[in-house]
Design a protein around this ligand. Structure first.
Ligand SMILES: *Cc1c(COP(=O)(O)O)cnc(C)c1O
Length: 362
């Protein structure tokens, strides 16, 4: 690897594409002839206005976002959306949530502060190793929305079929799969993603919301900043935004466009993930934690025969230059996060290492 960089399998913040980091480096002292770094720049300047407009335009192109959806850049990372969603979308005070793991559980706990939460499907019975059937959910007439975490970062599951919401709007947390595959935006009322898994620096969330869901009749307790309308009316420039993160995300959008867009990215991700899953499925030592049909292409949790051996493997991989393979503390085992920016060579090198490890320990 160039610059002595490491294959970083972290679940987030995660690897950035190297050509993007190089471009950012080259523009650090003087962005586009402005004589400034983006960090030093007024968010009302022409240079920054161009940056944010272009970022939105490129994202719209990549995801083919229809005109009746707003794209918002909001601070507070992913976690703030657990509160903003119910604050803004609960009109009747009732929402349906699908419980598929750690991040949907967090969303459920937060939404309960604002209204009634109905858990309409769950995979808790099997430790969240699959995605429950969502083809015939019991959704009450007065439900305001149906919520999913489309890719569970910790548990390693992904929805390959969206729930039948029985006409209610679908809200999706796409944080750990954003821009990893094509997405039909009009299937959703609202999509949101914290960007530090698959796009840019932490601290920013991108929200894609259908215009008619933006309300001006929110209860007065909702802080101005936490109303989607505030951000929509001001084109994400109500206050000083996270200019740096928006700039970096914009670079990644351009990089993805050059690569051929989300179809091409998906093909790369399928190829890359299959290197690891094929190895795990043929191993006598390691085992993938998730059932075949619901496996994430981004986060791959796996285990060795015991917790002690898991810890040994983590230590050995780290010593060999593969970073952050320890599974999340809530589930244990190992986890390889292989987002868009992880090169296939990184996964191949890891598999080679694990193969050798197995031969020596099995
Ligand atoms: C990381 C993550 C979050 C939380 O993001 P923060 O920016 O750390 O608040 C929410 N949902 C999912 C699926 C995530 O992976």
């Amino acid at each position: 690897m160039k610059y002595g960089r490491t294959f970083n399998f972290s679940a987030g913040p995660a690897m950035m594409p190297e050509p993007v980091l190089e471009e950012i480096r080259d523009e650090m002292m003087n962005m586009g002839g402005s004589g400034m770094c983006v960090m030093e720049m007024s968010h009302r300047s022409k240079v920054f206005e161009d940056i944010i407009h272009e970022a939105e335009k490129d994202l719209r192109e990549l995801m083919n976002i229809p005109d009746n959806y707003k794209v918002l850049f909001i601070q507070g990372g992913g976690t703030l959306q657990f509160a903003m969603v119910p604050m803004n979308l609960m009109k009747n005070g009732v929402a349906c949530y699908v419980e598929t793991g750690s991040w949907s559980k967090k969303a459920i706990a937060e939404a309960k502060k604002y209204g009634e939460v109905k858990v309409v499907a769950s995979s808790k019975d099997k430790n969240f190793c699959y995605v429950p059937d969502c083809s015939d959910l019991d959704i009450p007439d007065n439900a305001d929305y149906v919520y999913i975490c489309e890719n569970e970062t910790i548990n390693g599951t992904t929805f390959y079929n969206l729930p039948d919401t029985k006409g209610k709007i679908l809200v999706s947390d796409q944080s750990s799969m954003f821009l990893s595959r094509p997405c039909n935006v009009s299937d959703y009322g609202l999509i949101w993603a914290g960007v530090q898994k698959n796009v840019g620096p932490a601290g920013l969330a991108i929200v894609i919301i259908r215009e008619d869901l933006i309300r001006d009749d929110l209860p007065t307790f909702v802080p101005t900043y936490l109303s989607y309308k505030t951000h929509a009316d001001a084109a994400s420039l109500y206050n000083t935004p996270n200019c740096w993160a928006i700039y970096c995300c914009g670079k990644v959008f351009k990089y993805l466009k050059k690569l051929g867009g989300l179809e091409a990215m998906n093909q790369i991700n399928v190829d890359k993930a299959s290197v690891l899953y094929d190895f795990l499925d043929n191993s006598k030592f390691f085992k993938a934690a998730v059932v075949k049909e619901d496996r994430s292409l981004m986060n791959v949790p796996f285990v060795s025969p015991s917790a002690e051996q898991d810890a040994e493997v983590v230590k050995a991989t780290k010593a060999a230059g593969f970073d952050n393979l320890k599974g999340h503390k809530s589930v244990g085992g190992l986890r390889a996060s292989i987002y868009n920016a992880m090169p296939k060579e990184g996964v191949e090198a890891l598999v080679d290492f694990l193969k050798k490890y197995e031969a020596e320990h099995c």
